[in-house]
Design a protein around this ligand. Structure first.
Ligand code: HEC
Length: 128
């Protein structure tokens, strides 16, 4: 007796189509540039000052990463857009380097956070 058994296994993989929710979140900044400035730079005892002085805590460095990326999504009211992006990208890169503890990160940050350079190029002329 020749029994040939053929299993026809048709495996139907239920297409668990993970509907990737293509959010447009990236286009919506969480903070205005003014809010970023107030949170990180304003005052003698600001987070930015602590960090530039080499006294920044881990939490303060995390704040940089929480706030600066919004600036990238805010168009500057004044000045060249590409220049703005370059400055803000440098700030974010330096903040990430600080977070990782990359050697030279502090110098990188101090250079990127140059208040005057960015303000003269991009801060609208209002009262100071
Ligand atoms: C990469 C660009 C950039 C850098 C770097 C920068 N700023 Fe600003 N800052 C701006 C812009 C743009 C505004 C105007 C925001 C607005 O009014 O919409 C501003 C506004 C401000 C304001 C006013 C905020 C308000 O609305 O009350 C303060 C205070 C300030 N900056 C402090 C600083 C200090 C201090 C530094 C350096 C440690 C600094 N900023 C570095 C771009 C920058």
């Amino acid at each position: 007796m020749n029994s040939s058994v053929r299993f026809i296994a048709s495996v139907l993989v239920a297409g668990a189509t993970t509907a990737a929710l293509v959010t447009q979140a990236a286009a919506t900044p969480k903070y205005t540039t003014s809010e970023v400035m107030k949170a990180l730079h304003k005052g003698k005892d600001s987070i930015g000052k602590h960090i530039s002085d080499g006294n920044g805590t881990k939490e303060e460095i995390k704040k940089l990463l929480e706030y600066y990326p919004s600036m990238l999504l805010n168009d500057p009211e004044k000045g060249d857009k590409a220049e703005w992006k370059k400055r803000v990208t440098a700030l974010i890169a330096a903040s990430k380097a600080l977070d990782k503890g990359t050697p030279g990160a502090l110098d990188q940050y101090k250079e990127a956070v140059n208040c005057k350079a960015c303000h003269s190029a991009h801060k609208p002329d209002k009262e100071h």
